[in-house]
Write a protein that binds this ligand. Structure first.
Ligand SMILES: Cc1cc2nc3c(=O)[nH]c(=O)nc-3n(C[C@H](O)[C@H](O)[C@H](O)COP(=O)(O)OP(=O)(O)OC[C@H]3O[C@@H](n4cnc5c(N)ncnc54)[C@H](O)[C@@H]3O)c2cc1C
Length: 390
């Protein structure tokens, strides 16, 4: 009996087998075997999702053996990258080739495929999530076929696989759109919340990347502004809030304290009001909460299951120590988020049902219809995905 746990330890699986694949051929053979034996497969990235996406009683597949940059197209600024490549190992290698990701989240521990599968994002109102950088995907579907898809070739499969929740098949490699390598100056500052609140739209507009953390039980917030600079990098790289260095050296931070998290995407113009209501609720009903509440911005895109699908977005995240029971706090917060048309982050906690997803995503049923065509035996469906299926 094997054991798999996610980063926070909240989700644990005792799968019948944990398979390590080292090649596409291994992965294709495994899909054929799973179909023949009536087993399900879930692929694990770095296990950094707070939702039970990877949990399975059948087979969990680790593809960390499929890692590294395969080829770079310099004129197009694109690269084919193996699915299991951790983001932290990409930054320097891309930089050596003069290239960079457009943006990334606040940690770099995720795999490329895992991050894209849930719409992982950073902050910046003109910057889209990582799934938006995907130009093409190579995937082994439920029928064991190795398929390359893109907006031009097999576009419907591409619409499913680009932000695929692990439901489209085993992704072996992705082609990402990159840009020239760039330097960033980070400015961290503590502010009185009431003063900050007045300035949210202006700060979001003025800076390439803007975010803040409000600290419950106080009237203080920590604000981060990050802008592109031509100033020389400063080494050793400084502490969070004061770094000036290359993109991959400034954007990821260290988040060692185990927590669980809920994050909702809200239409940009409703973001401040939603945050204010959430704050009032925490001050009135959850006075014990200490973990910060985070506010970020995200550019709209056109990806079927993206939380920023066709709307300019802000994301609001709440956190709780993993040793505490967060359920009442998160449920009350979710009610507020939903009243502001919130869509939950796929890799974080939510308590929604299929009917809620259907009302939040105009392509929800298309996503399932196409997914089902490429995986008629449900090889890639676990209990969680099955529970929210339409
Ligand atoms: C400390 C911390 C900080 C975080 N910061 C951010 C942040 O700043 N911004 C943000 O948006 N999110 C953030 N997240 C959430 C995280 O980015 C996502 O949950 C992400 O999906 C995790 O990537 P992973 O490689 O760990 O994938 P996993 O969690 O292991 O898997 C996620 C999904 O990807 C699928 N998958 C993985 N590899 C493949 C493959 N090869 N083929 C098919 N499916 C695959 C899995 O089946 C699963 O459905 C954070 C999480 C933590 C714990």
């Amino acid at each position: 009996m094997a054991r798999w746990k996610n980063w926070s330890g909240r989700h644990e699986a005792l799968p019948e087998a944990l398979h390590f694949v080292r090649s596409k051929e291994d992965a294709m053979a495994l899909v054929d075997k799973a179909r023949d034996e009536g087993r399900g497969i879930r692929v694990a990235g770095s296990g950094h999702s707070h939702s039970p996406l990877v949990v399975s009683a059948d087979w969990i597949v680790d593809i960390s053996g499929l890692a590294g940059i395969i080829e770079i197209d310099h004129p197009e600024k694109t690269a084919w990258i193996y699915a299991g490549t951790p983001i932290y190992s990409l930054g320097r290698s891309l930089h050596d080739a003069g290239l960079a990701l457009h943006n990334q989240g606040d940690i770099d521990r995720q795999t490329v495929a895992g991050a894209c599968a849930t719409g992982t994002h950073g902050t910046g109102r003109n910057l889209k999530n990582l799934s938006s950088a995907v130009r093409a995907v190579e995937v082994i579907t439920g029928s064991g076929q190795l398929v390359r898809c893109s907006a031009e070739s097999q576009p419907e499969l591409f619409s499913v696989a680009r932000l695929g929740l692990g439901g489209a098949g085993i992704i072996t490699q992705l082609q990402l759109q990159l840009r020239d390598s760039y330097q960033l100056q980070e400015n961290g500052q503590d502010m009185v919340f009431a003063e900050l609140f007045e300035q949210i739209p202006e700060l979001a507009e003025r800076h390439d990347r803007f975010e803040f953390f409000w600290h419950p039980q106080t009237d203080q917030a920590t604000v981060k502004r990050i802008d592109e600079t031509t100033g020389l990098p400063e080494y050793p790289v400084s502490v969070e809030g004061q770094r000036r260095a290359w993109n991959y050296e400034v954007l990821p931070s260290h988040r060692p304290h185990l927590h669980t998290e809920m994050e909702y995407s809200i239409p940009e113009d409703l973001g401040p009001a939603c945050f204010a209501e959430l704050r009032e609720m925490i001050q009135a009903d959850f006075k014990q909460v200490r973990w910060p509440v985070e506010y970020r911005t995200l550019a709209q895109d056109n990806i079927w299951l993206s939380t920023a699908f066709q709307r300019q977005t802000v994301t609001i995240s709440i956190h709780e120590d993993v040793r505490l029971d967060e359920s009442a706090y998160f449920a009350a917060s979710e009610r507020i988020f939903r009243r502001y048309q919130g869509r939950p982050h796929w890799g974080k906690v939510n308590y929604l049902k299929a009917v809620d997803f259907k009302s939040s995503y105009s392509h929800w049923q298309d996503w399932w219809r196409i997914r089902d065509q490429f995986d008629p035996d449900d090889v890639f469906i676990n209990d969680y995905l099955g529970s929210i299926r339409s």
